[in-house]
Design a protein around this ligand. Structure first.
Ligand code: SAM
Length: 440
């Protein structure tokens, strides 16, 4: 019996879907790349913007004829479209879907399959193989020994309630996972060949704040840093207000934690930031970037920006442009504001920036970002950098620097996957670099 995963959205969705694959393999299913061959099809959805939701709707429509031809196929829709409070409306809309599953859960699908005789027998056959693996994350077979960089959720949900964001409604309140559970998962990933872990949370630097007197992200990083086999650690996404000096000092101190910080500003204008309910000013963000750069030299910094938020005037937008020009960050993930149901912005504010103007602002920032990134990356020209090789792409090896820069190089003779290699950079661009391998 086979399963297929189709994943939309963020790294958290990728991690969630990987865990579904792991659970399905424990009961005897194997992965297939093709939905048409699968007995179980799982779609992991994103609704952070309307465009993402539209893509998920279209994909669900493509599953209808599959279900009509093969009624025994089990169709599952999971993730943020379903949310933590599923109300039956989706079932009415998509009667060909068998299981609706909230984000980060696997039990509804596994329990559904257990009730079906064919899957129950399969589980019986495979149970003994997994007897010693309970509680660990066993990667799906097609990734085991091949996956170099894995994502590990450490905080589920979010309780922050930025006025634009639907995530708290769909992923529920903030819940940090216990240190021991995360460490066990990372250890098992290392045993399966993973060399790099990215710890995930909507506001990852709030890790542990929902425990009374518990460990924080710095404490967790120290534990993960001690795990054999793991070479690199990253974490994302941080909120500016929770990036303490203690955390920055730990990033600077621990050898495996990479010089790479993802800390969204969303806008460079104080009024817009207030309306977004971000709880910091542009000056606070400036000071944070200064602090990061002072404590962690040569770090790369990524941000997220929303253009066209309700009430964003040309002057407000200019403040965002000027802030980005001044700070010269490595990466800017740009999004056009998309009203999301039941958020404060959708209920109480008017989506008054026309679509063409959102598009124009997006392009202006994209051009700016391309120029700034190209300039930053030019500094790598002729330098030798350490690259962790992840996979092959169009005949070249592909990996990342500690600062999360994508590097390509050629090497026909050896399998480089999972190796740390030194690469001399020959050519740089805004999105990636090319180089020559220096040493084994
Ligand atoms: N929780 C983190 C934060 O806000 O700092 C980041 C994770 S969020 C799910 C990913 C990004 O999607 C946000 O940083 C934001 O830029 C973008 N986003 C969220 N809601 C949006 C909306 N309604 N319209 C456009 N972009 C949105």
């Amino acid at each position: 019996m086979k399963y297929h995963l189709h994943i939309f959205g963020c790294q958290m969705n990728e991690a969630d879907a990987q865990r579904v694959g792991s659970e399905l393999e424990k009961i005897g299913l194997t992965y297939t790349d093709h939905a048409r061959d699968a007995d179980v099809i799982v779609l992991d959805t994103c609704v952070v913007r309307q465009s993402a939701e539209d893509r998920a709707y279209s994909y669900i429509q493509t599953l209808k004829p599959i279900k009509a031809q093969r009624p025994a196929a089990v169709i599952t829709v999971m993730g943020c479209m379903v949310g933590v409070k599923s109300n039956g409306a989706l079932k009415k809309q998509f009667p060909w879907v068998d299981v609706f599953m909230p984000p980060s859960e696997t039990a509804p699908l596994v329990n559904y399959l257990r009730q079906r005789e064919a899957f129950a027998l399969l589980e019986e056959e495979t149970r003994h193989r997994h007897a010693i693996q309970d509680g660990e994350l066993i990667l799906p077979a097609h990734e085991r020994g091949k996956l170099v960089a894995a994502h590990v959720p450490i905080v589920y949900g979010c309780s922050h309630a930025c006025t634009f964001c639907i995530i708290p409604f769909r992923r529920g309140v903030e819940r940090s996972r216990p240190v021991g559970q995360i460490a066990q998962e990372v250890r098992s990933l290392a045993e399966q060949g993973v060399k790099e872990v990215t710890l995930l949370g909507q506001i990852v630097d709030r890790y542990g704040k929902d425990f009374s007197d518990g460990p924080d992200l710095s404490d967790l990083l120290r534990v993960i840093n001690g795990i054999d086999g793991i070479e690199r650690i990253r974490f994302l996404t941080s909120h500016p207000n929770w990036m303490t000096d203690k955390l920055l000092d730990i990033v600077a101190e621990l050898p495996k934690v990479c010089e790479h910080i993802e800390v969204p500003v969303q806008a460079g204008d104080d009024e817009v930031l207030r309306n977004m309910r971000r709880n910091y000013s542009a000056d606070d963000y400036r000071r944070l970037i200064d602090r990061i750069r002072a404590k962690i030299p040569n770090t790369s910094i990524a941000t997220d920006i929303i253009v066209g938020f309700p009430g964003e005037t040309e002057a407000h937008f200019q403040h965002t442009y000027d802030l980005l020009e001044e700070l010269r960050l490595d990466v800017a993930h740009l999004a056009k504001y998309s009203p999301r149901p039941n958020t404060v912005a959708e209920r109480n504010m008017i989506d008054d920036v026309p679509e063409e103007e959102k598009e124009r602002r997006w392009r202006v920032l994209n051009d700016q970002h391309e120029r700034i990134s190209a300039g930053i990356n030019r500094r790598y020209q002729d330098q030798v950098v350490e690259v962790l090789v992840e996979d092959q792409h169009k005949g070249k090896w592909r990996g990342r620097t500690r600062t999360n820069k994508l590097v390509f190089f050629e090497d026909e003779m050896t399998d480089r996957r999972g190796q740390l290699v030194n690469v001399k950079i020959d050519k740089t661009g805004p999105w990636s670099m090319n180089g020559t391998i220096q040493s084994a």
